[in-house]
Design a protein around this ligand. Structure first.
Ligand code: AP5
Ligand code: MG
Length: 217
């Protein structure tokens, strides 16, 4: 079964690759970042807690994030596999997932990490535009929508994310190095870790990831 974690620094292309993986392998796309942004838009208690934290680029507390994921993974559509995008992001989150997986029969099978150098991350984040309605991601230079400022998939007006500014990006990156990168060794020890060069071009990367998933499905 494909129970996948997609990890990588901010702007590495997790959301972009996730879209094609979930289409090809019919998996639910569970992005904690998207879930928080939705909660913020709806003004739920989780959204109110997360709003300022996310805007400045910090991590939402583990207990809030883990509760959200626990509830989501228990849903019926995860019974035949799932794709986690941006979770876990800390060792305590990974430990919580390792405890939860066997309990609900949904243990992580593969971890896919996207490696992209820092200068490229800055360029990707500063030029990114996103669809607030369907979550699709574009870039003003290298992934333009057909009509400027408009989402190809649903026609909504594209926006820039609140945390896509130089200051918040630096906080996100530092949090990635200090809290998320230790997960590399954590999953290497479990024999689940696979790293991909995120600079090979979107379509090439898609092909390489697809090959790994085909082998393991
Ligand atoms: P989240 O939404 O997950 O943000 P992130 O990890 O910073 O990653 P991004 O979504 O910015 O980048 P991405 O890797 O998805 O790149 P994308 O495909 O869009 O989390 C946001 C916040 O929520 C966190 O900071 C935190 O506060 C909170 N949060 C979320 N999860 C949490 C957790 N588990 N614990 C605690 N807090 C949590 O691509 C980026 C750009 O590059 C786009 O413009 C795209 O068009 C372009 N691009 C993509 N692929 C390529 C390519 N191959 N070549 C060239 N350009 C490309
Ligand atoms: Mg994303």
């Amino acid at each position: 079964m494909l129970n996948i974690i997609l990890m990588g620094p901010p702007g590495a292309g997790k959301g972009t690759q996730a879209t094609s993986i979930v289409d090809s392998f019919h998996l639910p796309h569970i992005s904690t970042g998207d879930m928080f942004r939705e909660a913020i838009a709806q003004g739920t208690p989780v959204g109110l807690k997360a709003k300022e934290i996310i805007a400045r680029g910090d991590l939402v507390p583990d207990e809030v994030t883990c509760a959200l994921v626990k509830e989501r993974l228990a849903k019926e559509d995860c019974a035949n596999g799932y794709l986690l995008d941006g979770f876990p992001r800390t060792i305590p989150q990974a430990e919580a997932l390792d405890k939860l997986g066997p309990e609900i029969g949904r243990e992580v099978s593969l971890v896919i990490d996207l490696s992209v150098p820092e200068e490229e991350l800055v360029a990707r984040i500063s030029g990114r535009r996103v669809c607030p309605k369907c979550g699709a991601s574009y870039h003003i230079k290298n992934m333009k929508p057909q009509v400027e400022g408009i989402c190809d998939r649903c026609g909504a007006e594209l926006i820039q994310r609140k945390d896509d500014n130089a200051e918040s990006f630096q906080v996100r990156l530092q949090n990635y190095y200090s809290s998320t990168q230790p997960l590399v060794d954590y999953y290497k020890k479990q024999g689940k870790y696979h790293c991909f060069d995120g600079m090979v071009g979107r379509a090439n990367l898609e092909k390489q990831i697809n090959a790994l998933l085909e082998e393991n499905k």
